[in-house]
Design a protein around this ligand. Structure first.
Ligand code: HEM
Length: 475
């Protein structure tokens, strides 16, 4: 053997030994651990190939085969998927602090101010402060009550829009875009006093509205985890990060302009309340905190409510007997002399049950928001190692035979309940509804992180006499 060959072979042997030693070290860390069962994996991508959209369906199938707690490796990330109510209960009771963190992502780094927002920040003082501020300044009963007129006005505009098409007999309407317009307008009026959607947006804001819609559409396209979050090597080959940085600059500029406007002209919006707090806590309630809160509310609070409304209406169209019962309840409790109000909702038990059942069967965020373990813990007798992404498959749990007592882990639940109940109830009160054909409404789910309907919902609707009487004041 030549000298060169000896050098080559000994170098290869050394590399192999180093690799094995490294692998052994890694393994020995998890050697004595009782990790959840895991399906067979492929080199490099591990289990990434198993996650065909819709991901919550793929994960449900895996849990049916491997059990309610499974571990996966997605590229370089460890993931545990929870698909039973009892294991989810353990995550959010005895392990709630350990699992309060969120996994790091390119999206969180660039768009959500370096993972410093309400939905991204790691557990600690800042995490607590954001919850204190949002509970008091945004989601308190008094703050939500103060914005009741905004919600009522948006529902009224929706009813008027429907009645212009369906005032004199059944007419076809497309509901998805109307629900999206309603929830975005509600949120932006709450945050900054602006109406950007619906074709009847404030004309003075037209350019601004166009810019906002374009930014939102772009962010919605790239929101959520990026494949480079799991395979960081891809960062070198894709320019997603550059796109995110540019988009982050633009959205930051937009939000900053909104804040600066409110510095000059005060009002009764979330930005105004937070600017008042800034005077008391200038070091803490900075412009960046305000921008981060606005951003999170816009993304967490719009699509979720719009999706719920769309699935609820789709379900009602497929179950005319349930729709009739809901209308009878509203007629009995509210009558036909006035529109229903949020204060009627506690008496409309059947309507509330329809919404709960819709959320059970079609949860808009079927995997919740990913959690991340800050230290080792156990769930269902299995070890969950530190730095593991924990996904809770609410979709699987909601369709499990056993029921889940308190599924509300969302700070916006009180607001969502008001928006969805008032809108759905008012639509049932004011219009008759039918499917567009004899065929059942297609309930197929779309792709993506949120659980949208694949086909935008269309329906036939016809105004009831209350529309003329109450909305137009004509008998
Ligand atoms: C029907 C409508 C809604 C549904 C189904 C829903 C559902 C959820 C779920 C499942 C989570 C994740 C909980 C977790 O994994 O920790 C969440 C988080 C969140 N939601 Fe909602 N949500 C809705 C409406 C809203 C609204 C209207 C707002 C505010 C305007 C909002 C704000 C938030 C925020 C800020 C978080 C993050 C909380 C945190 O990280 O601690 N949501 N929501």
């Amino acid at each position: 053997m030549e000298d060169q060959d000896i050098i080559l072979y000994s170098s290869l042997a050394a590399i192999l030994l180093l690799f094995l030693a490294f692998k052994f070290l890694l393994l020995s860390k998890t050697w004595h651990k009782n990790l959840p069962p895991s399906p067979p994996s492929l080199p490099m991508i591990s289990h990434l190939h198993l996650l065909k959209p819709p991901i919550h369906h793929a994960l449900l199938k895996l849990s049916q085969k491997y059990g309610p707690i499974i571990s996966l490796k997605l590229g370089s990330c460890r993931v545990v998927v929870i698909s039973s109510a009892s294991a989810a209960g353990e995550c959010f009771t005895k392990n709630d602090i350990i699992l309060a963190n969120r996994p790091k992502s390119l999206y969180g780094k660039h768009i959500e101010y370096g993972h410093s927002t309400l939905s991204q920040s790691p557990y600690g003082d800042h995490w607590r402060n954001l919850r204190r501020i949002s509970t008091m300044e945004i989601f308190s009963q008094s703050r939500l009550n103060a914005l009741l007129q905004v919600r009522k006005d948006e529902v009224r505009r929706l009813l008027l829009k429907l009645s212009t098409t369906a005032g004199h007999g059944f007419a076809k309407v497309e509901l998805k875009s109307m629900f999206v317009d309603l929830t975005f307008n509600n949120l932006m009026r709450m945050v900054a006093g602006k109406r950007y959607y619906g074709g009847d947006e404030d004309v003075t804001n037209y350019e601004e509205a166009m810019q906002f819609k374009e930014l939102i559409a772009q962010i919605l396209q790239i929101a959520g985890p990026n494949v480079a979050d799991f395979l960081p090597i891809l960062k070198w080959f894709r320019n997603d990060e550059k796109k995110l940085i540019n988009l982050a600059k633009r959205i930051d500029g937009f939000l900053q302009k909104l804040i600066d406007e409110h510095r000059i002209k005060e009002g009764n919006t979330m930005i105004d309340h937070l600017l008042s707090l800034q005077k008391l806590e200038p070091d803490y309630c900075t412009d960046q905190i305000i921008k981060g809160l606005a951003l999170v509310l816009i993304f967490a609070g719009t699509d979720t409510s719009a999706i719920t409304l769309e699935w609820a209406m789709a379900n009602l169209l497929n179950h005319p007997d349930v729709l009739k019962k809901a209308r009878d309840e509203i007629d009995a409790q509210v009558g036909d002399e006035r529109l229903m109000d949020e204060t009627d909702v506690p008496n409309l038990h059947y309507l509330q049950n329809i919404i709960s059942e819709t959320l059970r069967l079609y949860p808009p965020t079927p995997l919740l928001v990913p959690h991340f373990s800050s230290s080792d813990c156990t769930v269902g007798g299995y070890d969950v190692l530190r730095d593991t992404i924990v996904l809770v498959n609410a979709y699987a749990i909601h369709r499990d035979q056993k029921s889940w007592e308190d599924p509300t882990t969302c700070p916006g639940a009180g607001l969502a309940q008001r928006v969805v109940s008032l809108t759905l109830g008012s639509m049932i009160q004011c219009f008759e509804w039918n499917r567009v054909s004899e065929e059942q409404v297609d309930m197929t789910e779309g792709r993506g992180a949120t659980m949208r309907k694949a086909q935008p919902l269309e329906a036939m609707c016809k105004a009831r006499p209350i529309v003329n009487k109450v909305l137009y004041g004509v008998e």
